[in-house]
Design a protein around this ligand. Structure first.
Ligand SMILES: Nc1ncnc2c1ncn2[C@@H]1O[C@H](COP(=O)(O)OP(=O)(O)OP(=O)(O)O)[C@@H](O)[C@H]1O
Ligand SMILES: O=C(O)c1ccc[n+]([C@@H]2O[C@H](COP(=O)([O-])O)[C@@H](O)[C@H]2O)c1
Length: 197
C-alpha cells in the first residue's frame, strides 16, 4: 500500500507553515508523498475573492517546486463546487484504491472536525493527522486523530495578506517564487507594496 498525505486548504496564499507541516508529517509517518490540495470553494470559510482558484493552485505549484516529496493536487479545483472532504476522499479512493490516505489538519481545524460533512463515514476513508497550531486548544479530539509533534509555527495566510496589504515584508514567510507571483498578479494589494517586499 502506498501511504499518501493530503494537506487540504484554501492556500490564500500558501506559506512556509504549510510546507513545514507537510514535510514534518511526511518524515515522521514515512509517507511516500504529501499533496497540497487547494479547495475549489472552501466548506467552512468565506470563499476568497482576492485570488481565484487557478491563482491559488498556481501559488501552490510554485511553493512546492523542487521540494522533495511534496506536490500540488488539482483534484478539488478540477471538480469545482464546494470541496467537502468526504466527497473528495470517496472520489480519490475510487481512483486509487490501493493507497492509504493521511489527511493533515492544524489545531484550529481539529476543533471543528465533528461538524465536517459525513464525518463518521469520512473517518473510515482517511487517517486524520493533527498538528499543533498556536492559539488552538491542545491535543484533544472526539474524532480519532493521530497527533504529531512538530515545531509550532505562528503563521497564517491572513497574516500574509495583511502584511502584503500594508506594504510589509513577507520575505522568508512565503517562498520567493510565490512572492514574485503575488506581485506580478497584484494580489492582496501588492502593487503598492512592491518596493518593500
Ligand atoms: N501555522 C500553522 N500551523 C499549523 N497548521 C496550519 C498552519 N497554517 C495552516 N495550517 C493548517 O493547514 C491547513 C490549510 O490552511 P489554510 O490554507 O486555510 O491556511 P491558513 O493560514 O489557516 O489561512 P487563513 O489565515 O486564510 O485562515 C489547515 O488544516 C490549517 O489548520
Ligand atoms: O468536509 C468538510 O465538511 C470540511 C469542513 C471544513 C474544512 N474542510 C477541509 O479542511 C481543509 C482546510 O480547510 P480551510 O478552511 O482551513 O482551508 C480543506 O481541505 C477543507 O476542504 C472540510
Amino acid at each position: 500500500m502506498r501511504k499518501v498525505g493530503l494537506l487540504g486548504g484554501t492556500f490564500n496564499p500558501p506559506h512556509i507553515g504549510h510546507l513545514i507541516i507537510a514535510n514534518e508529517v511526511k518524515q515522521v509517518l514515512g509517507l511516500d508523498e504529501v499533496r497540497l490540495m487547494p479547495t475549489a470553494i472552501p466548506p467552512h470559510k468565506h470563499n476568497p475573492t482576492d485570488a481565484t482558484p487557478a491563482q491559488r493552485l498556481r501559488m501552490v505549484q510554485l511553493a512546492v517546486e523542487g521540494a522533495d516529496g511534496l506536490m500540488e493536487s488539482s483534484f478539488e479545483i478540477d471538480r469545482g463546487g464546494v470541496s467537502y472532504t468526504y466527497d473528495t476522499m470517496r472520489a480519490l479512493k475510487e481512483v486509487e484504491p490501493e493507497t492509504d490516505f493521511y489527511f493533515i489538519i492544524g489545531g484550529d481545524m481539529i476543533d471543528i472536525l465533528p461538524q465536517w460533512f459525513q464525518i463518521e463515514a469520512l473517518c473510515k476513508l482517511v487517517t486524520f493527522v493533527g498538528v499543533q497550531r498556536p492559539g488552538s486548544s491542545g491535543e484533544q479530539s472526539v474524532i480519532p486523530v493521530e497527533f504529531i509533534d512538530i515545531p509550532s509555527i505562528d503563521l497564517s495566510s491572513t497574516m500574509i495578506r495583511k502584511r502584503t496589504e500594508a506594504g510589509q515584508s513577507i520575505q522568508f514567510l512565503v517562498p520567493d517564487p510565490v512572492i514574485s507571483y503575488i506581485r506580478q498578479e497584484g494580489l492582496y494589494g501588492s502593487t503598492t507594496a512592491k518596493r518593500r517586499t
